[in-house]
Structures are given as C-alpha cells and as structure tokens.
Design a protein around this ligand. Structure first.
Ligand code: OAD
Length: 253
C-alpha cells in the first residue's frame, strides 16, 4: 500500500466531522463471499440477471427461491472480517457517521454496526408479496419452497432489490443526504458500475467531499477518488484505523 496515500487518507479523516462509507461486495470478499463481477459464474446454467427479477419470480418462484436458498446456505457459516469490524467501530469514533452498503449479506450488522443503510436489501429478510408483511428469517433450508406468509398465506419473497426495481426509498434518501453533507466518503470494495448506488460517489465529490477508495483493483470511479488505497479492505482498513486511533481498535469484536 502506498504510504503517501495512506497519510493523505489519515489527514482527511482526522479533519472530518461527517464521514460516510459506501461498501460493495469486496468488503465481504475476505469473509468468503464471492464478488459479482469477479466470478461471472452461472447458476444451473442461468445468469443472476435472469433470476433476480420480478418476472422470474412470477414465472417460477420455487426456482428463484432455490437460487436464494443456495446463497443463504453459503453465507450462513461466514463471519465478518477485520474490515467489517473497523467500519462498525468507526460509528463511535466520528461525530457523524453513516454506513451505506450495497451488500445483502448482513455482515456489517453481524460486526456490530448499527443503522446500516442497506440499499439493496437483506437476504435474511423476507416479505409477503400479498400483504407486504416483512420479517427476519434465518431458516436454512426452508421446510418448503416458496415460504408462505403466516398472516395471510401469500407467497414470500427475499427482501432484496431485483433488477428493474427501485431502491428502498428511505434508505436511499438517507444515503443521498449523507453523501451530500459528508466531509469524507470512503468507498470500499465496489466496482461502482451499478446505479443509483454508484451515483452517491459523484454526488459526494460534487458536494466537496474527499473521496477515499479502498480496492485492490481499479474501479469505475478512479477519476472521482481523491485518494486511492490499493489493497484488500481487510488489510487497508485496520491499517488506517491503527494510524487514526492507535493499534488494534475495531479488530477485537
Ligand atoms: P462487484 O463484484 O461489481 O465489485 C466488487 C469489487 O470489490 C471489485 O471492484 C473488486 O476489485 C473489489 N474487491 C475484491 N476483493 C476485495 C477486497 N478484498 N477488498 C476490497 N475490494 C475488493 O460488486 P459490487 O460493486 O458490490 O446488486 O456490485 C454492485 C451490485 O451489483 C451488487 O450490490 C448487486 C450486483 O448486481 C444487487 O444485488 C441489486
């Protein structure tokens, strides 16, 4: 990791009152969660974009649930890594702090983060397509697919944002406000090609924030980042945290 870039990131964060963080699949990579654009794999010969849609669910809810159930089974044993823990610890370090994620894996919450803005939903929540009742459910596997609403018997769906659907309004509004007022936006492990989430970076940059990117590879936002920290999040963030607040903080939870 470039020491000069690290020093610039430390300086920007030291002077910051409002800090926002936007994470993508890369923050969970060291926990064992595959990234989207890295793997490029098919599931039973189908692409994720052909399964994660309202049309696919209307056509074959069991098939769509089998896809999500496999993801839930793979995620179940995974634990937060040092990057998640640092980002959770920062909520008690900065006067104003907003953690925004595109991930549905729930690992920020598992690391102790509170009030995470989940722009793409959460795979551990389900919502009734008939009455709208939403609940957390960590059952893997479900006794029968698709699961049914205990209140009305309607079909339940995973509480994740599918292709062609809008982001949850409250979460996106809160994220937009945080991006617009942040002194520093830290962007961790996202290819920054999926909108409107990626647009938060442009908004923050236009509103005067210092944008710090943590990613081992170049991403679509290279031009917008003020400081590039090239390396895995599980290494870079603990190092940044140690420089800011002294060794070992956020690494014990
Ligand atoms: P991507 O798979 O597009 O990008 C993952 C990024 O993480 C890449 O830029 C990698 O270089 C980086 N990366 C890999 N390992 C890393 C590590 N150890 N530390 C830091 N970065 C690392 O995932 P997202 O940008 O999150 O949407 O994808 C955005 C959205 O596309 C997802 O939320 C999902 C998908 O369609 C929905 O589900 C709606």
């Amino acid at each position: 990791m470039n020491d000069e870039a690290l020093a610039r990131a430390v300086e920007a964060l030291r002077g910051a009152t409002e800090v926002a963080v936007l994470t993508g699949a890369g923050v969970s990579a060291e926990s064992g969660v595959p990234t989207f654009r890295g793997s490029g794999g098919l599931w039973r010969g189908r692409r994720a974009v052909d399964l994660a849609t309202p049309e696919a669910f209307a056509r074959d809810p069991t098939l769509v649930w089998q896809f999500y159930e496999e993801r839930r089974r793979n995620l179940e044993p995974l634990a937060p890594n040092p990057a998640h823990r640092v980002l959770a610890a920062w909520q008690d370090r900065f006067p104003a702090y907003t953690l925004i994620t595109q991930n549905v894996d729930g690992l920020h919450h598992a690391a102790g983060a509170r009030g995470v803005l989940e722009l793409h939903g959460n795979i551990w929540r389900v919502r009734c397509t008939a009455c709208g009742l939403e609940r957390e459910d960590r059952t893997v596997p479900f006794p029968a697919l698709p699961p049914r609403c205990a209140a009305c018997g309607g079909l339940e769906r995973p509480c994740v944002v599918w292709f062609g659907e809008n982001l949850p309004e409250d979460a996106f509004e809160a994220a937009s406000r945080a991006a617009a007022t942040a002194d520093v936006l830290v962007v961790v492990g996202t290819s920054a090609v999926v909108y409107p989430a990626a647009g938060l970076v442009t908004m923050a940059a236009h509103c005067g924030a210092t944008v710090i990117e943590v990613n081992p590879e170049p991403s679509a936002l290279a031009g917008e980042a003020t400081v590039l920290l090239r390396g895995p999040a599980g290494v870079v963030l603990p190092e940044l945290d140690a420089r800011l607040f002294g060794g070992g903080k956020g690494d014990g939870g």
